[in-house]
Design a protein around this ligand. Structure first.
Ligand SMILES: NC(=O)c1ccc[n+]([C@@H]2O[C@H](COP(=O)([O-])OP(=O)(O)OC[C@H]3O[C@@H](n4cnc5c(N)ncnc54)[C@H](O)[C@@H]3O)[C@@H](O)[C@H]2O)c1
Length: 347
């Protein structure tokens, strides 16, 4: 465990989230071998030990071997294996709290297996919501995405009620439209079964704690800068992205779990971390390139096959999340600094 990550875990433990309410509780975390899920498990393990919370943590994964590689063979985590695109998994244990972070997230997989992408989202989320009702879970957070907004009205900041246009004739819309349906299921379970469930609409999240296998654009930019190689953009980089640092996102998700209003959705974004992809590449070159790297644009002829999201102009409004008492700690440059420091110390 590296210092920078420990510092992040301690910041979550010290953040004023009412952890005492969670004492002795059981958690089910899905997507636990992914970026967000793994950090949630690690943070809960840390807080449990540091604050004496005696949490019982169960991770829903497809590969226990992979999970043990991430958390360590002796980590006090129980595992349940399930492929959420097949909704009939069994779960015998208890769960007071569920955080559902499993999803297809790679654009290439979305366009190659759109049916599986929708099934994982809709079938999996419906099964987990039904499980929460069956287990009388106290709270459920569904990890959604800013992509639910599609192409919003770009004249102002995008708040939770500003749903934009999603082209359902585009194959890649399986992801945002799947997220929309999952949020709709959350609303339905809150209304029909009284389930305490909220949706966390995450901006692009990166920082310390990314996994060695991470291949999204933020990791590619950081690796290029660390190796002194050019940052190659495969689009014109005109999409305006919204970002949030990993432990800021973890703090927001845990706060939502205990303080979010049922049936509601919340944007999780650092409003200041808002740039086009191209500007972000240039920021990495400027701050971390050490004069050895530059931005190069190389758009492949078959770029549609790679399933890039359509360019959007979106600036997320995070005031609803801030009203719960959340403030992000790290902007873009610090997010990169911390992530790259973590990458160099973890290899
Ligand atoms: N990281 C981001 O920048 C970001 C931004 C917006 C939204 N999100 C959302 O946050 C959640 C977590 O994303 P992440 O960044 O950790 O992604 P990730 O790709 O790192 O992890 C996704 C996890 O889901 C699991 N999964 C995928 N298909 C599954 C299936 N059929 N059955 C069981 N498990 C399955 C994977 O094994 C993995 O553990 C996702 O819902 C994603 O859409 C992430």
């Amino acid at each position: 465990m590296k210092d920078i990550l420990l510092e992040d875990f301690q910041a979550v433990a010290d953040s004023g989230i009412p952890f005492e309410e969670l004492k002795g509780s059981s958690f089910l975390i899905t997507g636990a071998t992914g970026l967000i899920g793994s950090l949630l498990v690690k943070n809960l393990l840390y807080c449990s030990s540091a604050l004496g919370l005696e949490l019982k943590i169960c991770a829903l994964v497809r590969s226990v071997e992979k999970a043990r590689g991430i958390f360590g063979a002796d980590a006090p985590v129980d595992y349940v294996t399930a492929d959420l695109s097949k909704p009939d998994f069994a779960f015998e244990g208890e769960c007071d709290y569920i955080i559902h972070a499993a999803s297809v997230t790679a654009s290439k997989q979305m366009v190659e297996d759109p049916v599986g992408t929708i099934a994982t989202a809709v079938e999996g989320t419906k099964r987990l919501l039904a499980l929460a009702v069956e287990k009388r879970a106290k709270s459920f957070v569904y990890i959604s995405s800013m992509e639910v907004y599609g192409q919003p009205d770009s004249g102002k900041k995008t708040a939770e009620s500003d749903l934009g246009y999603v082209d359902i004739g585009s194959v890649r819309s399986c992801y945002p439209e799947g997220k929309r349906m999952c949020e709709c299921l959350c609303t339905a379970y809150a209304a029909q079964y009284g389930l305490n469930v909220k949706s966390a609409r995450l901006a692009q999240t990166f920082g310390a704690g990314i996994l060695p296998t991470e291949s999204r654009v933020f990791a590619q930019f950081a690796r290029s800068a660390l190796r002194g190689e050019n940052i190659v953009l495969h689009t014109a980089g005109e999409s305006e992205g919204n970002y949030v640092y990993t432990s800021d996102a973890v703090r927001a998700i845990l706060l939502l779990l205990v303080r979010g209003e049922s049936g509601q959705a919340y944007n999780i974004a650092n409003e200041e971390s808002h740039v086009t992809i191209r500007q972000m590449a240039e920021l990495v070159v400027e701050h971390f390139g050490e004069g050895r790297t530059k931005v190069v644009i190389d758009i492949p002829e078959d770029s549609e096959r790679l399933g890039y999201a359509p360019p959007v102009k979106m600036w997320l409004d995070a005031s609803k999340m801030r009203a719960l008492g959340w403030t992000p700690a790290y902007g873009l440059v610090d997010s990169y600094r911390r992530m790259m420091q973590y990458m160099t110390t973890t290899g």
